[in-house]
Design a protein around this ligand. Structure first.
Ligand code: URA
Length: 234
């Protein structure tokens, strides 16, 4: 988490506070706690923050999922990550904790991350197209995706990943703006407003069908090549 972007964010927050305190730099308690608890409007004047969006998600009642969810799952990770992974929606474990991808599929996803030298705390952001668990882990309904989509778009505008990896049909269709199935969408690089997008299968699907592992490995290798190229050109 202690990367250049985080330090820049801390500087913005400190500078804003200095302004509020008459222009003098004051002593600050530990920064990590402040980042999580600070009201967004004070943190970045004129532009919204992930914390502000998360607060809205926590209170959201835009679709019927708010009736059955326990805790919404806004997403977690670092700003300006190498990769933003976008899944479908929270499962039972995520619904209990508010943390994305911590159940079986999440533990498997962590292995994919490690395979291409990534980890959650340093260079990834992990989110979902819908932030509340569909009852019984059913597929998200079109109206639920439509209601939740603006949160994801606003998050992407702030997170600004180098590349996006979409996990499964629903995330891939939303980000690639396509009706095609995941079998057709994966295998090539798409673009989301200039950000390369690599669609692949959802980890849960691969846990159910190990025949998909080879395709996922090819997708991850292509993602890694893209990241290396981005790094070379930086
Ligand atoms: N599956 C998803 O798509 N997202 C999660 O957060 C967990 C499981």
């Amino acid at each position: 988490m202690m990367n250049r972007q985080l330090f820049e964010l801390i500087e913005i927050i400190n500078d804003t506070e200095d302004l509020n305190n008459g222009g003098w730099r004051t002593e600050h308690p530990p920064v990590e706690i402040r980042l999580k608890t600070r009201p967004a409007a004070e943190g970045q004047q004129g532009s919204e923050t992930l914390e502000q969006i998360a607060t809205e998600i926590m209170a959201c009642r835009a679709c019927g999922l708010c009736e059955s969810r326990k805790i919404p799952v806004p997403g977690a990770g670092v700003l300006r990550p190498a990769v933003m992974f976008i899944g479908e929606g929270p499962g039972a474990e995520e619904d209990k904790t508010g943390i994305p991808f911590i159940g079986k599929a999440g533990q498997y996803l962590d292995k994919w991350l490690a395979a291409i030298d990534l980890n959650r705390s340093e260079n990834c952001f992990i989110g979902n197209i819908i932030k509340c668990r569909p009852p019984g882990n059913r597929d998200p309904h079109p109206d639920e995706i439509t209601a939740c989509r603006p949160f994801l778009i606003r998050q992407l505008n702030i997170i600004k990943p180098d590349i996006i990896i979409t996990l499964g049909r629903f995330a891939s269709q939303v980000i690639c703006n396509s009706d095609e199935g995941i079998g057709r969408l994966r295998g090539k690089t798409h673009s989301y407003h200039g950000i390369p997008v690599v669609p692949t299968y959802h980890p849960s699907a691969v846990l159910r069908n190990s025949d998909l592992r080879g395709s996922v490995w090819n997708d991850l290798k292509r993602a890694k090549d893209l990241l290396n190229e981005i790094e070379r050109n930086r």
